[in-house]
Design a protein around this ligand. Structure first.
Ligand code: NAD
Ligand code: PRE
Length: 364
């Protein structure tokens, strides 16, 4: 007997789940989208076995239903699903970046034999759409589940077992606490990144040197400012109360820096960096291999033709797999910096040794 998994909203997260589940023993994955163009793309991309525009068809007989649409559409989808005949024992879950509102809605909509278990994989990207989907996206990431107390352990265990295919680490959290914590470590940083980019964008309006000189530090802290505007509009509005309170704390934090600068308090500035260094150094290592690679090498490269091809060839003939290559700075007559990203630490070490032996200046 096959287990049917239905995915509503087959974009970055829905598509990545599809890639983790499709082809696994006894599983069949169906994707749903109201748009015919999206159906073709999810099939072409190979993230689902079948695709349908019909919600009824996708949900009918499904053992698991994953809602992977923007947060602002989750409640509407839940309502529509609860009005359909669903398979007894069916588990509905979602991947939304906020958990309290959808959990509250599901509690109001209860249906005998149907279990709602909120979910949130703590992995993603600034990219969106099914073309950005990746089998490795969730590997070694935390995957939060927020079951209400009335969800039977048997249902929770079934979902946990299915999610083992993502290779994520499951963690059970209360939905309100989830929104508080994820507000601070994900939603607030997105606001800060966008505000910073927009501040610099305004300065750049009168002097194009801002954009021209923006280098590693600015890029590192603002990558997430390129995230999808609709997805993030919905997340921020859904977690509005928490974010308003976090932004007040943020203002106080920035106010602290204003005070340190006004008083020329060097010891205080040093202390602030030391505290941040310590906490950041203790963050759990993310050993995934997908969209952002963890093992990066930096190489000073003279600005002359063919150099990048030479490095790529040298690694290629030694079967050292590169996952990404990026020129961080390139200016005429001045060495640029090339970033090479590897999925495996061993590959990075081999590349470092070899490029060193060729006389390149390489650092981690
Ligand atoms: N992007 C991330 O880093 C990330 C990480 C974890 C969780 N999430 C959550 O995952 C969910 C999906 O985000 P994503 O990054 O995969 O976005 P995405 O834009 O890549 O995918 C969203 C999918 O939903 C579809 N969709 C959009 N509006 C719809 C509507 N009204 N009806 C039906 N389908 C609709 C889109 O066509 C697309 O296939 C969101 O709830 C988001 O909060 C995102
Ligand atoms: O890596 C990124 O680009 C992300 O934004 C991923 C990220 C995060 O903030 O960490 C974004 C939203 C999610 O709900 C979970 C993860």
């Amino acid at each position: 007997m096959t287990t049917k998994v239905a995915i509503f909203g087959v974009g970055l997260i829905g598509g990545s789940l599809g890639l983790c589940l499709k082809g696994k023993p006894g599983l069949t994955v169906v994707g749903h989208s109201p748009r015919p163009g999206s159906l073709n793309r999810m099939i072409e991309r190979g993230v689902v076995d079948t695709a349908t525009q019909s919600m009824e068809e996708a949900a009918s007989d499904a053992d698991f239903i994953f809602l992977c649409v923007p947060v602002g559409n989750l409640e509407e989808y839940l309502e529509k699903l609860y009005a359909l005949p669903l398979k007894p024992g069916c588990i509905i879950t979602d991947v939304g970046s906020t958990k309290a509102s959808v959990a509250a809605r599901a509690r109001m909509l209860s249906k005998p034999g149907v279990h709602f278990i909120g979910g949130h994989p703590m992995a993603g990207s600034e990219r969106s759409g099914v073309d950005a989907a990746s089998t490795l996206l969730f590997e070694n990431a935390y995957y939060v589940l927020t079951p209400s107390p009335d969800v039977p352990e048997e249902a929770y265990a079934r979902l946990e077992k299915l999610l083992a295919y993502t290779r994520a680490q499951i963690v059970r959290v209360d939905p309100v606490m989830h929104d508080q914590i994820v507000g601070a470590i994900s939603h607030l940083p997105h606001i800060i990144a966008v505000a910073l980019v927009n501040q610099v964008c305004d300065y750049n309006g009168t002097n194009g040197l801002y954009r021209m000189l923006a280098a590693g530090g600015f890029r590192d802290i603002t990558r997430i400012a390129s995230s999808d505007p609709v997805i993030w509009r919905d997340i921020l509005l859904s977690n509005r109360e928490v974010l308003l309170s976090l932004l007040k704390d943020w203002n106080a934090e920035i106010g602290g820096f204003i005070g340190l600068l006004e008083h020329g308090d060097g010891a205080g500035i040093k202390q602030a960096f030391e505290k941040a260094n310590l906490f950041r150094g203790e963050l759990p290592e993310r050993r995934k291999g997908a969209i952002t690679s963890l093992f990066d090498l930096y190489i000073d490269v003279p600005d002359h033709p063919g150099i990048i091809g030479h490095i790529a060839t040298e690694l290629g003939v030694r079967h050292i797999n590169l996952s990404n290559m990026q020129i961080i700075e390139s200016r005429e007559d001045v060495p640029g910096v090339l970033r090479l990203s590897f999925r495996q630490e061993t590959e990075m070490e081999r590349a470092k040794d070899h490029l060193n032996s060729l006389g390149y200046s390489v650092y981690v």
